[in-house]
Design a protein around this ligand. Structure first.
Ligand SMILES: Nc1ncnc2c1ncn2[C@@H]1O[C@H](COP(=O)(O)OP(=O)(O)OP(=O)(O)O)[C@@H](O)[C@H]1O
Length: 306
């Protein structure tokens, strides 16, 4: 049984259009399936939870963007329900990171064929004393989070998304944030080593390289168990940050001496002040956060990743 979860708001209606193409295909009509549209934020998470609790064998096929897959991965109660994703959002970093491409019906064929099945180790995070949550793409503290926050609140986001130049929103927000940004003082605990960073711009990790609709924030990140690739930018001038972020688009920013690239099974960030963070593009604040990898991978269908 295939159960489709579609976010009709994702990609300004793109996910809905993607599903209307799929529903007309012979392939879809040959499947035993049901579908559900999300009706409000958080609904995909609730549905994924209910679906994963049913005893039948089923596959969840998500049509939406990064926010929708984030919700579904947080709703799963265990890793026994395979998940597939057909991109229908604006940024679609999850699809990019997992090498899910082709027309909607081609992606559906890749899902049904079943020979494109891979393990996907999602990330876990615990902000302050709240319950553990999952991330599909990335979690970042500081500068990248403030950029995501500015983009999400902006009036230009939807306009640029409609024009297919959504990354331009991040460039504009980067300049807006750069003008006022104050570097953070944080304690970062990586590999049992605590360091105090007094001029820290950002601490970011991801399951794959992409952020902000295609920026290669951690160019060599791979979907793998147990290891978090961590990028820390600190002790850098505002002007140099600008040139550094220009190179993010081609994934060359790791050459800068102010960029540290570490690996760990987990890390904790601690601050006296509320810290901005972004997780899969949505923003929040916290004073401490521990990040790790989930031990049991999600079974992801329809991906051409290595
Ligand atoms: N029916 C609905 N009405 C309003 N918002 C919804 C509804 N269903 C889901 N949402 C919310 O829509 C938000 C945006 O979805 P999503 O992130 O998938 O699309 P996107 O922002 O266009 O794509 P991307 O994140 O890839 O740029 C999600 O945070 C989700 O909670």
């Amino acid at each position: 049984m295939y159960i489709f979860i579609i976010n009709p708001r994702a990609g300004n209606g793109r996910a809905k259009r993607v599903f209307s193409k799929i529903i007309k295909s012979e392939l879809y009509q040959s499947l035993e399936s049901t579908y559900h549209f999300t009706r409000y934020p958080g609904h995909a998470e609730e549905m994924a939870k209910q679906i994963s609790l049913t005893p039948e064998r089923k596959t969840i096929i998500v049509i939406g963007g990064d926010g929708t897959i984030h919700e579904v991965l947080n709703g799963l109660t265990d890793s026994s329900t395979p998940v597939a994703f057909i991109p229908g959002g604006s940024g679609n970093d999850f699809a990019r990171g997992c090498n899910i491409n082709g027309s909607p019906v081609e992606v559906l064929r890749d899902i049904i064929n079943g020979d494109n099945e891979k393990s996907y180790w999602i990330g876990n995070y615990r902000q302050d004393r709240q319950p553990i949550r999952n991330f599909a793409n990335s979690i970042g503290f500081g500068f990248d989070a403030q950029i995501a926050n500015t983009v999400n609140k902006s009036v230009y986001k939807n306009i640029f998304n409609r024009l297919g130049i959504g990354t331009l929103s991040y460039v504009i927000a980067l300049i807006q944030v750069l003008i006022h940004f104050k570097p953070m003082t944080v304690i970062v605990d990586v590999n049992q080593q605590q360091r105090k960073l007094t001029n820290c711009w950002m601490v970011t990790t991801g399951n794959h390289p992409y952020y902000g609709g295609g920026m290669k924030i951690i160019p060599d990140a791979k979907i793998q168990p147990n290891i978090l690739p961590i990028l820390i930018i600190h002790d850098i001038s505002k002007w140099k940050v600008l040139s550094l972020f220009i190179t993010v688009f081609i994934g060359k920013h790791q050459m800068f001496k102010e960029v540290e690239r570490l690996e760990a099974t987990d890390f904790t960030i601690i601050s006296d002040q509320e810290l901005f963070f972004q997780v899969d593009g949505q923003t929040d604040t916290c004073k401490t956060c521990t990040v790790t990898k989930q031990v049991d991978p999600v079974i992801l269908l329809g991906t051409k990743m290595e």
